[in-house]
Write a protein that binds this ligand. Sequence first.
Ligand code: T46
Length: 133
Amino acid sequence: MSLIKTVSFPPLGDDRGSLVALEAHKTVPFDVKRVYYIFGTQSGVSRGFHAHRALEQVAVCVTGKCRMVLDDGRQREEVWLDSPTKGLLIGDLVWREMHDFSPDCVLLVLASEHYNEADYIRSYDDFKQALKS
Ligand code: T46
């Protein structure tokens, strides 16, 4: 089974342009407690390199693109987030890395929990250990 679970957000467009609505339990399969966005990532810089113990997220590049790598300890897969209508579902205990940000990239993330540094697993060895327990 693929680690990459994308969701298509229907564009609500008219002759003025496009609009995407993200709604909890409709386009986003959880209660959204937090929204953050990453922008201005410097050329050649990668981010992420961690997993979460208990966090669901949906990530979408509302402008620009980046390459998202997911790893569940058994397989490693990647996907380009390159459309404001293409979201990526990221569950818990999945290692994630973000690479190759375009200069205009704005990566918007909706999260099921408030920010909690204790939920992060920032070492790959600890991640492998957490998968065993
Ligand atoms: C994830 C990927 C996709 C906060 O104070 N509140 C927040 O809600 C977040 C997300 C971060 N921070 C602080 C923690 C760090 O001092 O902002 C700083 C940068 O966070 P971090 O290094 O974790 O950023 P990324 O880009 O490596 O990872 C982020 C999310 O943290 C993470 O949950 O899944 O984006």
